[in-house]
Design a protein around this ligand. Sequence first.
Ligand SMILES: NC(=O)c1ccc[n+]([C@@H]2O[C@H](COP(=O)([O-])OP(=O)(O)OC[C@H]3O[C@@H](n4cnc5c(N)ncnc54)[C@H](O)[C@@H]3O)[C@@H](O)[C@H]2O)c1
Ligand SMILES: O=c1ccn([C@@H]2O[C@H](COP(=O)(O)OP(=O)(O)O[C@H]3O[C@H](CO)[C@H](O)[C@H](O)[C@H]3O)[C@@H](O)[C@H]2O)c(=O)[nH]1
Length: 343
Amino acid sequence: MAVLITGGAGYIGSHMALALRDAGEACVVLDDLSTGERAAVPDGVPLVVGDVGDAALVLRVLAEHEIDTVAHFAARISAPESVRDPLGYFAANTGKTRDLLAAVVAAKVGRFIFSSTAAVYGLNPPTPTAETAACAPGSPYGVSKLMSEWIVRETSAAHDLACVTLRYFNVAGADPKGRNGQRAAGASNLITVATRAALGLNPGLSIFGANLPTPDGTGVRDYIHVSDLADAHVAALAYLRGGGKTVTLNCGYGWGYSVKEVVAAVRRAAGDFPVREAAARPGDPYVSIADASLIRETLGWRPRHADLDQIVGDALRWEKSLWRPGRKTAGAARPAAMRRRAS
Ligand SMILES: NC(=O)c1ccc[n+]([C@@H]2O[C@H](COP(=O)([O-])OP(=O)(O)OC[C@H]3O[C@@H](n4cnc5c(N)ncnc54)[C@H](O)[C@@H]3O)[C@@H](O)[C@H]2O)c1
Ligand SMILES: O=c1ccn([C@@H]2O[C@H](COP(=O)(O)OP(=O)(O)O[C@H]3O[C@H](CO)[C@H](O)[C@H](O)[C@H]3O)[C@@H](O)[C@H]2O)c(=O)[nH]1
């Protein structure tokens, strides 16, 4: 038995590959390397370079590696980009999820884990947000994921296929042992931007909205450590192999931090860095916090790295380890400590 990880050369999928390898589980990665990197795939895990929409390739991989479960991470992930290219997102995310499922059903693979997002809930969900909340995605990206969820659900109902859909809240941090982390130079998520700013790799941080209707005026998010998220996938795999039924589960902790609280945590870990207040991003929810009770009940999952200082510390250590002379991020100005490392 082995797990196929689509998108396993990307940020989250590669952490799952690491978690499975650490647990002694066989797995194989299928990734077209459009945003992922070969180096993110852990040593000893086979990488097949190709498209999840290539049915012949997928069928071959499913058979050759005796796959019993597919974990489908591969996707395009930028909400602003999806506003400019909705049809591209529906093709890449929704269309290819459909094509992958067709291969999975044809090959009689009985288990599927799908990467969805809190973005399906949209702009003003009740908080904390339970899985039963109405879905009203605020971007084509969110729509592409919600449509994929429906395809997963209907396919599961019609075929011998049990599926766990995981709706991730804000994924952050890096492998606590320093083996892996966010590699995308253009990553725009708060904790990556703030840690890179603290290291002088970009000119500073803009706080998008400082007068929002929240306790300190800045946006609040439920940040989940990427290794806890990988563990949730390992727990979902055990649940499915134990005969668990199709279910949709939030992945978050059930509490949130504001942008200012995240800035304070990064400053505690790395010292001061420039921060300015800017206009709120159109379409940003003010608050996004999971009701995380169902995943605990259903999978028995318990987070191990939920402390914000650990999330920030792991991200920071990873960013430092990535730094090398000539590495480019926006407006890089190298701090003295890093200039010394270069010489
Ligand atoms: N990062 C987050 O905060 C977040 C939040 C919610 C949900 N998600 C979901 O988690 C999943 C993984 O996100 P990530 O942050 O690791 O993104 P990522 O861009 O780092 O990883 C995606 C991977 O998929 C690969 N890929 C894309 N299209 C492909 C295709 N057609 N065939 C084969 N490989 C393909 C890319 O090369 C990349 O390695 C996505 O489905 C995303 O929607 C991410
Ligand atoms: O430079 C920045 C970046 C972010 N923020 C703020 O920090 C918070 C978090 O923003 P992120 O960009 O890190 O994450 P989002 O909440 O916008 O979105 C993330 O989580 C969503 C789920 O809720 C989707 O999955 C989406 O794909 C994923 O990027 C927000 O209040 C945002 O306005 C800033 O102030 N400055």
